[in-house]
Ligand binder design. Structure first.
Ligand code: AP5
Ligand code: ZN
Length: 203
């Protein structure tokens, strides 16, 4: 499988991609994680942090390069967080052959709730939520951190950037009849089953 998972900030792309990658033995390629790991790297565009902490997109040149390198090394993969604008779509078109494009649809109120409540375990990278999913282990609870861009202010800006730049990407794949739309407003197990069914991953 060569999957693309599209969706607004907080839709559950990371949660579902991680599970899909494990279940179907795919490479999880995520530009968000790759950029977070190199947030203070000096590039010709400045550091990724300057854009990410403001909720803006990191320049295409930097992101395209990350994806091209990762794709060259992967057979089956799931792409999470890319492409995010039409110029990235064009770039991807030349370097990838997608087998399915899945769009995780979640309403705006739920997105803000998911983003502002998200917590990350800095030691394992595991993702939790203050209301929906917390670890039992007190030791883990105490070391959980909030992502820098999950404040209400930056999350709101990210949703705006999504509407302006990434909704046209969703429309593009709708027009080419590639878009498989999945309702992402349910518990993670249910959403997982919906993706597997809709994309025919079990066939
Ligand atoms: P990125 O890391 O890609 O962030 P995003 O797209 O905003 O998406 P998130 O990671 O916030 O949400 P998610 O859909 O993965 O949700 P998750 O599963 O974690 O990008 C960050 C920044 O990097 C960008 O702003 C930009 O600056 C830069 N960047 C990245 N890619 C770029 C690109 N291609 N071009 C340019 N710049 C780029 O879930 C969220 C929360 O909800 C968690 O707490 C989770 O536990 C909970 N949750 C998940 N599913 C459910 C459920 N079904 N029910 C209840 N809670 C749930
Ligand atoms: Zn994510």
């Amino acid at each position: 499988h060569q999957l693309l998972l599209l969706g607004p900030p907080g839709a559950g792309k990371g949660t579902q991609s991680t599970r899909l990658a494990e279940t179907f033995d795919l490479e999880h390629i995520t530009t968000g994680d790759a950029l977070r790991e190199n947030k203070d790297m000096e590039t010709e565009y400045g550091t990724p942090r300057e854009y990410m902490d403001a909720g803006e997109l990191v320049p295409d040149g930097l992101v395209n390069e990350i994806v091209e390198t990762a794709l060259a090394e992967a057979n089956g993969y799931i792409l999470d967080g890319y492409p995010r604008n039409l110029s990235q779509v064009e770039y991807l078109d030349d370097i990838a052959d997608l087998s399915a494009v899945v769009f995780l649809n979640v309403g705006e109120d739920e997105l803000l709730r998911r983003l502002t409540g998200r917590r990350v375990d800095p030691e394992t990278g595991d993702v939790y939520h203050t209301e929906f999913n917390m670890p039992d282990d007190e030791e883990i609870v105490e070391r959980l951190e909030q992502r820098d861009d999950d404040t209400e202010e930056v999350a709101t800006e990210r949703l705006e950037v999504y509407r302006e730049n990434t909704e046209p990407v969703v429309e593009h794949y709708r027009e080419t009849d590639e878009l498989i739309e999945v309702d992402g407003e349910a518990d993670p197990d249910t959403v997982f089953d919906r993706i597997v069914d809709a994309a025919g991953l079990d066939d």
